[in-house]
Design a protein around this ligand. Structure first.
Ligand code: NDP
Length: 331
């Protein structure tokens, strides 16, 4: 059983030496447990935060521990009455080839409903994040103008599409012309802003002339600051994440333009998707319906390889090398 463990706490960007590759024998499951073989690993920006020894919504990954990760495993041996060989199960099983589980904290995945990687993206945590972040925290209303950063990523691409389904005008902010063309050409966004080559503030003025009612922020930093200058009255700024700040060696850079919240009588609210777990099933059903009707595109960026490829693949998120949900398929 090959595994990736945390060897050292990174300072700034994660380095290869921060990980350790280990191998241990695969033991048969005891009564009430099953053995799963990892098929797909989810790679998430939030993983960077789990490596820091500071209080957060989850305890940090301990030194020497198998890296925490969501994944889909296939049951290959079972001594659990509720799990049959060949079934697929999703859970926080870690970056390893095999896992033993008693089923707690996991859920069964139906490959007939959607391809397996989609269960880690649009039908998994990222779909839930987009859905509850936009509709509950953002309190979106029909006809409003929505701007979303990280728009070509796992969460952002779903946020924009859900906002379109709800009858809103949507402006996506992403890095590079190819991602922007995908947003407007294939996902139906009304406009896209290439933050690497355009003045975001000016572009938002053009594309959201009446201001932004909901700004869904995945990146923080200068893009957040630009969006804050374009808020409509009573706007909602949803703090989903701040990937531009995760590798900082110094403190997180806060928004300089926060006083626009005062002027616009706006609010800025953070959230953690886990708080909405009681309604995941309902949201997943609705999202699955949109996918089945062809009204929502679930895109995964699948990299094939082994557990050993995790460290390098993870870095793709910070280079913007993924479009859609980044997944490592263990081959
Ligand atoms: P993405 O698929 O969006 O991948 C990350 C993307 O971020 C990259 O493709 C890149 O796109 C962009 N990016 C990287 N570095 C920077 C930078 N310095 N400035 C601006 N953009 C950058 O990841 P996810 O969809 O998995 O996650 C999106 C956000 O949602 C993250 O902040 C994550 O932490 C957060 N999250 C929050 C949850 C919650 O409960 N609050 C739950 C799940 C995720 P580009 O090419 O456009 O730069």
């Amino acid at each position: 059983n090959r595994q990736i463990r945390l060897a050292r706490r990174p300072v700034g960007p994660v380095r290869p030496e921060d990980w350790a590759r280990t191998e241990e024998p695969v033991a048969a499951p005891e009564e009430g447990w099953f053995l799963g073989r990892t098929r797909y690993l989810s790679l998430d920006p939030a993983m960077r935060g789990w490596l820091d020894d500071r209080p957060s919504y989850l305890p940090p990954v301990g030194l020497g521990e198998v890296m925490r990760a969501g994944s889909i495993v296939e049951v290959v041996e079972s001594a659990h009455p509720g799990y049959r060989v060949g079934e697929f199960v999703s859970g926080t099983f870690g970056v390893q080839e095999y896992v033993r589980s008693d089923g707690r904290g996991t859920h069964r995945v139906d490959p007939a409903l959607a391809p397996l990687p989609t269960h880690l993206g649009a039908l998994g945590m990222h779909g839930m994040t987009a859905y509850f972040g936009l509709l509950e925290v953002g309190a979106l209303k029909e006809g409003e103008t929505v701007a979303v950063s990280g728009a070509a990523g796992a969460v952002g691409s779903l946020v924009g599409q859900i906002a379109k389904l709800k009858g809103c005008r949507v402006v996506g902010i992403a890095g590079g012309p190819a991602k922007c063309a995908w947003l407007t050409g294939e996902l139906g966004f009304d406009a896209a802003v290439d933050y690497q080559n355009e003045d975001v503030r000016r572009a938002l003025r053009t594309h959201a002339p009446d201001g932004i009612d909901v700004y869904f922020d995945n990146v923080g930093g200068p893009v957040l600051d630009a969006a804050l200058t374009r808020l409509a009255m009573h706007a909602r700024v949803v703090v989903c994440g701040a990937i531009s700040q995760y590798n900082n060696e110094q403190a997180v850079q806060g928004p300089a333009n926060y006083l626009s919240l005062l002027v616009r009588r706006a609010r800025m609210e953070g959230f953690v998707v886990f708080d909405h777990a009681a309604r995941y099933r309902e949201a997943a059903r609705e999202i699955a319906g949109w996918i089945a009707d062809g009204r929502l595109t679930a895109r995964e960026h699948v990299v094939k390889g082994g557990v050993d490829d995790f460290p390098e693949t993870f870095q793709m998120l910070f280079r913007g090398a993924n479009t859609g949900k980044l997944v490592l398929e263990l081959t």
